[in-house]
Design a protein around this ligand. Structure first.
Ligand code: MTE
Ligand code: MO
Length: 412
């Protein structure tokens, strides 16, 4: 209700919903309305040049006119407000959350990481020990394998409610291969068990090849310590692989010579195939994209005239090479502009200028990655995988624009 009112206020200020907008007006109208604006009118001067502003503060805060929020779904997850964000970095306090036993409170001075099993020198590392090794930072997306339901969502679904279990951060930490060098991997080792120290004691089997390739143990997120929700004080990061295997609050890596067959890779996170078998270990998240403006989050377009369609694309296999946008439900496609930096295994921002002349439209985006993979249509995906599937949905998303400008989620 609040956002509907403020949107109307924006439209009224621009001189009516049916009016044709100038580019400058479009830019201001595209600022997503605050989720819960709470400025005290007494604090908002008529003319800000006539009163002394606020002094500096030890910790910043958002404008009282802005209120982006995660969408909390039950007790186990919350979703990033993709519709309200621009660029590629997710503010740390808006990173999606998924936890199976709640967010633990961990004293970093008492937390340790034990590496044992098929290694020459079993070792217990403190956080301070890890931070003595040469470290790296990498901007990378994470996506829950359960992001985007295979079942159809309501017309009011947004990029946040459908696709908000993905976020991008700048992660800092130590390459796992550095630590494995330190402890000495015994010949014959092929897998490791990664274990978290939350109430779920989540465990997953990770192929040794991945750990020796680009895996990280991260302690930093967007320049500061990890958020508790993201695994404070340390988590495993496996670039491009399904969210679930990126074990948070990591306390143990045990090397072995076969997969450990934990609950999260047998009863959960497997993919039914049309021939009746189940596929295990679907690690890589395939290329996907979504338009993040306009979406049903804004209700209706601000008016006829020029505007910019914006979105994000990402692939667990590497760089996004191309995004196409359709405004006619996939009959014709135009090339979107990819905003630099275009990083491997990170959200990539795309922009596509469009003039809405009134009338119906169906907006879609289609991502390509550097392996030549093309994001499938919903029909192609359902055909190949079967509608019984739960995880790893990456079909093309459709937002419908009604003749009067209302934006809804449709399955075109
Ligand atoms: N220890 C532990 N690690 C975990 C989980 C968990 O519940 N416990 N959830 C997993 C799942 S299902 C996902 S999608 C990602 C979510 O990471 P995020 O909350 O930082 O976004 O963490 C994974 N790692
Ligand atoms: Mo997940």
């Amino acid at each position: 209700m609040g956002s509907t009112l403020s949107r109307r206020a924006v439209i009224a200020a621009l001189g009516g919903a049916a009016g044709v907008l100038t580019l400058a007006q479009v830019a201001s109208a595209q600022t997503t309305p605050p989720a819960q604006p709470s400025p005290n009118p007494a604090d908002v001067p008529e003319d800000p040049t006539k009163v002394q502003g606020k002094p500096p503060s030890p910790l910043g805060s958002r404008s009282p006119f802005e209120g982006p929020q995660r969408l909390v779904g039950g007790t186990t997850s919350s979703r990033t407000p993709l519709d309200a964000l621009d660029g590629i970095i997710t503010p740390a306090d808006l990173h999606y959350e998924r936890h199976h036993g709640g967010v633990p409170t961990i004293d970093p001075d008492r937390h340790t990481l034990t590496i044992h099993g098929m290694v020459e020198r079993p070792t217990v590392f403190s956080l301070a020990d890890l931070q003595r090794f040469p470290s790296v930072s990498r901007i990378m997306f994470l996506e829950c394998s359960g992001n985007t339901s295979w079942a159809e969502g309501p017309e009011t679904s947004t990029a946040q409610s459908l696709h908000g279990l993905t976020s991008t951060s700048d992660w800092s930490g130590v390459p796992v291969k550095t630590l494995l060098n330190e402890v000495g991997v015994k010949s014959g080792a092929t897998w490791a068990l990664a274990e978290g120290s939350d109430a779920a004691v989540m465990t997953r089997s990770v192929p040794l090849d991945k750990l020796l390739d680009d895996a990280l143990i991260a302690w930093g997120q967007n320049g500061e310590a990890l958020r508790p929700e993201q695994g404070y004080p340390m988590r495993l990061l496996l670039p491009g692989w399904e969210g679930n295997i990126n074990i948070k609050w990591l306390r143990r890596l045990e090397l072995g010579d076969q997969a450990f067959m934990t609950r999260e890779e047998t009863s959960k996170y497997t993919d039914p195939m049309p021939d009746g078998t189940e596929r295990q270990f679907t690690f890589v998240m395939e290329a996907k994209s979504t338009i993040t403006w306009p979406t049903p989050a804004i209700g209706s377009l601000p008016g006829r005239g020029p505007l910019e369609i914006r979105g994000i694309a990402w692939s667990g296999r590497g760089k996004i090479t191309r995004v196409e946008v359709s405004t006619d439900g996939g009959q014709s496609w135009g090339e979107a502009r990819l905003e630099e930096p275009v990083l491997s295994i990170a959200h990539t921002r795309f922009r596509f200028p469009w003039t809405w002349t009134g009338g119906q439209a169906v907006l879609q985006s289609r991502a390509y990655d550097e392996t030549g993979y093309v994001q499938p249509s919903r029909a192609q995906l359902v055909d190949a995988r079967g509608i019984r599937s739960i995880y790893h949905y990456n079909g093309i998303q459709s937002w419908k624009i009604a003749a009067e400008g209302q934006v809804t989620n449709v399955y075109a």
